[in-house]
Design a protein around this ligand. Structure first.
Ligand SMILES: Cc1cc2nc3c(=O)[nH]c(=O)nc-3n(C[C@H](O)[C@H](O)[C@H](O)COP(=O)(O)O)c2cc1C
Length: 190
């Protein structure tokens, strides 16, 4: 039975909304265990992220989906502190051959969030993971992947309150990615 973990940072809740949609998509695949793991600022002390339990949960997962808001054209500082804390895991290649995917929410339709998802891809490659994109054409089913991002789930918040955005189309795009990763994990762990 595969385990899919979603590890993300969210400052004001928009990325949490997308993370929850991705988790729901992964849970829709029977037999999948899903962990929704939030990177919290309180775990960063003097610039160093420390949460051994969270890292241990990721290390026993079959797939890891990385998520962050786009801040200043890249992942948030909090997410980067988490990523830096995986250096020891990288050194021992403990995430080698796990599946990986990513998602980001920015304020504007582009907002340079592709750079954030590309960062997740490069992080996964340093860990020798196997990357899974959306598998969605732009405006698939008339409304999914509206930003035409193939490499990960992309959403926009438009600076509205967290309860408003990402909207249903963006959430369903996320759910599609979560389901796709869970289905791939089931095949990968056969
Ligand atoms: C420090 C900071 C930097 C940001 N940089 C960008 C950016 O480069 N592009 C963009 O479109 N939105 C940017 N935003 C807007 C956020 O990406 C947007 O509000 C997002 O929904 C925040 O997600 P969250 O609610 O999960 O924190 C920035 C917001 C903050 C606070």
């Amino acid at each position: 039975m595969p385990t899919v973990s979603i590890v993300y940072h969210s400052g004001t809740g928009h990325t949490t909304v997308l993370a929850e949609a991705i988790a729901a998509g992964a849970r829709s695949v029977p037999g999948t265990t899903v962990n929704l793991l939030s990177v919290e600022g309180k775990d960063i002390v003097e610039g160093r992220y420390k949460n051994e339990a969270l890292l241990a949960t990721l290390t026993v997962s079959d797939a890891i989906i990385f998520g962050s808001p786009t801040y200043m054209a890249g992942p948030s500082g909090q997410f980067k502190c988490f990523a830096d804390a995986t250096g020891g895991i990288w050194f021992n290649q403990q995430w080698k051959d796990k599946l990986a995917a990513g998602f980001s929410v920015s304020g504007t339709p582009s907002g340079d969030k592709l750079n954030t998802i590309e960062y997740f891809f490069l992080l996964s490659q340093q860990h020798s993971m196997v990357w899974i994109g959306t598998g969605l054409l732009p405006l698939a089913e008339g409304r999914l992947n509206r930003y035409g991002v193939f490499s990960g789930a992309a959403a926009a918040s438009g600076y509205e309150p967290p309860s408003v955005k990402p909207d249903a189309d963006d959430k369903d795009t996320g759910a599609h990615l979560g389901k796709r990763v869970a289905e791939a994990a089931a095949r990968w762990t056969q």
